[in-house]
Design a protein around this ligand. Sequence first.
Ligand code: CP
Length: 290
Amino acid sequence: MKGLLTLRTLSEDKILEIIETALEFKNGRKVDFPGKKMVTLFYENSTRTQYSFQVAMINLGITPLSFNLAGSSVNKGESLYDTVKTFESLGVDGVVIRHTQDVYYNDLENIKIPIFNGGDGTSDHPTQTLLDLMTIYEEFGHFDGLKICLVGDVRHSRVAHGNSEVMRRLGMEVFISGPEEYADFTAPYLTIDEAVEECDVINLLRVQFERHQQDMGITVEEYHKAYGLTMDRAKAMKDNAIIMHPAPFNRGVEIASEVAECDKARIFKQMTNGVFIRMAVISMVLEGKL
Ligand code: CP
């Protein structure tokens, strides 16, 4: 299959090449793909991923098409494969897909047009990982030896699962923090107070209430006090340490409202970088470099 489905099968060199290409776009490089059109098929809600892919397409001269799930033939039972095959038949040049099912793309092996994974279940969110890496790279100029703590609802987070694998390969030390019942992969555990003292990057994760099978058992105020990034904790971070969050974020739960836009926060910069990463990924795929 063509496109970008996961970073797990990409070499470290190729990942760095995507980041360098995104930085070139951020510095003004122009590339144009006149006459191309791509569609965003989102089976789960999204603001950043869906619309930054569309902005990236517009910046590259590609016409973006939106898919209205509620008004589509998915509601008549049409499968993901038949939906994507339909867009391929209409002459669309690529599809961006977000789906509730982990590795949904295994059902799409006969599709010939490029597929860009906008998030699959709780497994992977490759362009989010890339924009997170770009933001870290811009800040520190390297990855080797940096300490990052993934803080919060690790179990339900495709960002945590994708980031931890790639960040380790790039030489970062990955820790986790948050409720221990939400910690589902092997990484050293730090309390949030230990994490802010030790780490270069605090990568907060949204509490994904919509994926919880049962109540957390504590109030959001109790969660914030025990696991959240309060302003006092943000002030305890190292001088050059940064705060990231894929967003959307729950103000007052995993992050204090005033922390979201404090000097150490890079959350809105991550969103800006997302446009350049998606420009890089789309252009490299269309040029046969990815
Ligand atoms: N970070 C992220 O994936 O945001 P959206 O769900 O709004 O796309």
